[in-house]
Write a protein that binds this ligand. Structure first.
Ligand code: AMP
Length: 192
């Protein structure tokens, strides 16, 4: 199975690159951010509970996202799963390992899209003009980057320790970035 976690700060381009990877490797795509935004848009009980947390740029509780992820892994009928925006902290990373093992599979690698901070802020403010996302404003962007630096960056060390961490430069030409990511994934598949 080709299970891949796409890692990177908010604004790193995970959504854009995901689309190409899902197609190329025939993967089930899950973005926890998209799934949570849908709950809010549909005004479900869960959506009402998490709206303020997301608007503040904080992470929602692990139980909520883990439940979503297990459903995706259990229902996957493609060659693997591409995780976008998950795991966001070390506890989620440990849970992902256990979940994948429960379904007799494992993570192939974690691709980290590396983009300088100023570029991230610039992209998110640019996206704010068209996304309509209530968390794409300057104050919340700062909080999201802080959450990322405090809670999500340690996930990179977690995967480095397991030999699964692959950094890729995430700025420049979008197709070049995709090609670099695919080269790394292909090498992992061959060596697996
Ligand atoms: P994203 O679209 O990935 O930037 O996520 C937007 C927001 O959704 C984040 O700021 C968090 O509030 C929430 N979120 C997304 N994924 C997770 C996750 N794995 N764990 C906790 N909160 C998440």
């Amino acid at each position: 199975m080709i299970n891949i976690a796409l890692f990177g700060a908010p604004g790193a381009g995970k959504g854009t690159q995901s689309k190409m990877l899902v197609e190329k490797y025939d993967l089930t795509y899950v973005s926890t951010g998209d799934a949570l935004r849908k709950e809010i848009a549909d005004k479900t009980p869960l959506g009402l509970r998490i709206k303020d947390i997301m608007d503040a740029g904080q992470l929602v509780s692990d139980e909520i996202v883990v439940e979503m992820i297990e459903k995706i892994i259990a229902g996957n009928t493609r060659k693997g799963v591409l995780f976008d925006g998950f795991p966001r902290n070390v506890a989620q990373a440990e849970t992902l390992d256990k979940l994948l093992a429960k379904y007799n599979t494992s993570l192939l690698c974690m691709i980290s899209l590396d983009v300088p901070r100023e570029e991230l802020v610039r992209r998110m403010l640019e996206r704010a003009k068209i996304s309509g996302r209530s968390d794409d404003n300057e104050e919340t962007i700062k909080n999201r980057l802080r959450e990322y630096e405090n809670k999500t960056l340690p996930v990179a060390d977690y995967y480095k320790g397991k030999g699964l961490y692959i950094p890729v430069i995430g700025f420049g030409n979008i197709d070049d970035i995709s090609r670099n990511i695919m080269k790394e994934i292909d090498a992992k598949i061959i060596n697996n």
